[in-house]
Ligand binder design. Structure first.
Ligand code: DC
Length: 209
């Protein structure tokens, strides 16, 4: 079974998807980490981010891999921490908007997601990567709450700066971030992580019965 969890930055996707996968005993695939790792590699090669074909070739030549508890590697480097730096936050939407790059990522995401039960987290999982997913959830949350959640994992940055940053990222990511027609849209503003996880688990159970 595929459970697709999509939504904008700060909607709670990662926390929820990790907890859900653990509860269900499913694998977890973080597709945002793949765009982040590619961005990190392009920056570390000193590449310009203006050429989608070059970036797509880089993605083809250096497939992202996952290991253990959320470790992310590309080109032989463990980039788990590096891809969460604010420079990558800022640059990743530029890389992720190229259709050529998305095509390479989509194929790799389909390959990684194809074996057994999996929770896949991203922006376009229910619409593009796995339209056949049995359970599709699109998480949303109000802007202030999203900025507050981000500030909990980014020390030294004000909530106002994070809110402005999120607005910019929303604009840049908007084109590839939308709920599938058959997705359940869940507003997480007032919900705890456990409550969100339980609601999605109920959808999984519904599908199984
Ligand atoms: O979820 P995240 O913040 O780790 O995502 C990083 C970037 O990748 C963000 O700009 C959105 C983009 N992304 C995407 O376009 N499609 C996906 N399936 C996952 C992430």
């Amino acid at each position: 079974m595929i459970v697709a969890i999509d939504g904008p930055a700060g909607s709670g996707k990662s926390t929820v998807a990790v907890a859900l996968a653990r509860r269900l005993g499913f694998r977890y695939l973080d597709t945002g980490a793949m765009y982040r790792a590619l961005t990190w590699l392009a920056v570390s090669h000193g590449m310009s981010l203006e050429n989608g074909d070059e970036l797509a070739q880089l993605a083809r030549d250096h497939p992202v891999s996952f290991a253990g508890e959320g470790q992310v590697s590309i080109s032989g480097e463990d980039v788990t921490g590096a891809i969460r730096e604010s420079e990558i936050d800022r640059l990743v939407p530029i890389v992720a908007r190229y259709p050529e790059v998305r095509e390479v990522m989509r194929d790799r995401q389909r390959a990684l997601g194809s074996a057994g039960d999996v929770v896949i987290e991203g922006r376009d999982i229910g619409t593009v990567v796995a339209p056949e997913a049995e359970v599709k959830v699109f998480l949303v949350a109000d802007e202030n709450e999203r900025a507050r959640r981000r500030s909990a994992d980014r020390s030294g940055v004000t909530t106002e700066t994070l809110a402005a940053d999120l607005r910019l990222r929303d604009e840049r990511d908007a084109v590839n971030t939308r709920p599938a027609d058959d997705a359940v849209v869940l507003d997480t503003t007032e919900l705890s992580i456990d409550e969100v996880v339980e609601r999605i688990e109920a959808l999984v159970e519904e599908h199984r019965s």
